[in-house]
Design a protein around this ligand. Sequence first.
Ligand SMILES: *[C@@H]1O[C@H](CO)[C@@H](O)[C@H](O)[C@H]1NC(C)=O
Ligand SMILES: *[C@@H]1O[C@H](CO)[C@@H](O)[C@H](O)[C@H]1NC(C)=O
Length: 329
Amino acid sequence: MPSKVSCLYILTVVCWASALWYLSISRPTSTYVGHMAMPKRRIVKPPPKNITFTNIRTRPLNPHAFEFVINEPKKCESITPFLVILISTTHKEFDARQAIRETWGDEGTYSDIHILTVFLLGRNTDDVLNQMVEQESQIFHDIVVENFIDSYHNLTLKTLMGMRWVATFCPKAQYVMKTDSDIFVNMDNLIYKLLKPSTKPRRRYFTGYVINGGPIRDMRSKWYMPRDLYPENKYPPFCSGTGYVFSADVAELIYKTSLHTRLLHLEDVYVGMCLRKLGIHPYQNSGFNHWKMAYSLCRYRRVITVHQIPPEEMHRIWNDMSSKKHLRC
Ligand SMILES: *[C@@H]1O[C@H](CO)[C@@H](O)[C@H](O)[C@H]1NC(C)=O
Ligand SMILES: *[C@@H]1O[C@H](CO)[C@@H](O)[C@H](O)[C@H]1NC(C)=O
């Protein structure tokens, strides 16, 4: 019968043997394993959901390397606009700009909030037109120009210039609208029915006439998109460039995203691509009309935007609506 002492002895020997064996095999390998496994594990730990070159790119793919040649950097120094309206325009559209200044774009219409109207332009190849715009700017101080060539194919640059301007010179504005010079905007509806100055300001907000479409491959179309520029057969949801509205924080987000997003000439599609990258979903709003719509007081009272309005008609519509404010529909 083994004594307690010999039992304890055997146990001790076994323990020591195991400990020595463990140390002898683990010590050299443990440092080896440690060196190799630790950094490996560190890399693996945040599972890379999407390894693409865009994730590791540091140099901008689309550096917006233009300079302001006409600027209004102090517009927001003394006021904080509730709404900045960016209007994409071309050099010859003097009448359209003037019509907007005198109708819905009049910055003095509202006494409770500040609105700011800014016209966006590039450089014309005809220097006479550049000089005329310069003179116009000295009178009205509402024109911003960057030194890219102004053309239909460069519309995206114009929009990005507007985003950059808001982010740089008017970052405290609450909302921004981007529209075109042939659009009638029902400002009362936009401000008091949609944006509502008395409510909490929204963030990461984007709305307009949402289009869920795909590229048009017919070369005769105004919206032709070559397959090599955009191979997918669906666009992300985007708002028609005729008029979209967003909270001002989105201006900087889109501008910064664009620096890493390959340029596309269709500005509204391009903004939609930036929104997808940002995870911002545009809200559909039926008040934004993508197409022309014949004037009638009651019909225009319900909308936010109407497309294809020439300058004379802009005045006529504005005067009619202003003089009939007391009439009911
Ligand atoms: C991966 O990233 C690319 C580019 O940012 C994006 O277009 C794509 O949708 C992403 N895919 C997934 C599964 O997140
Ligand atoms: C767009 O602007 C850039 C920069 O000025 C210019 O090089 C390019 O030719 C323009 N593109 C078109 C289609 O006008």
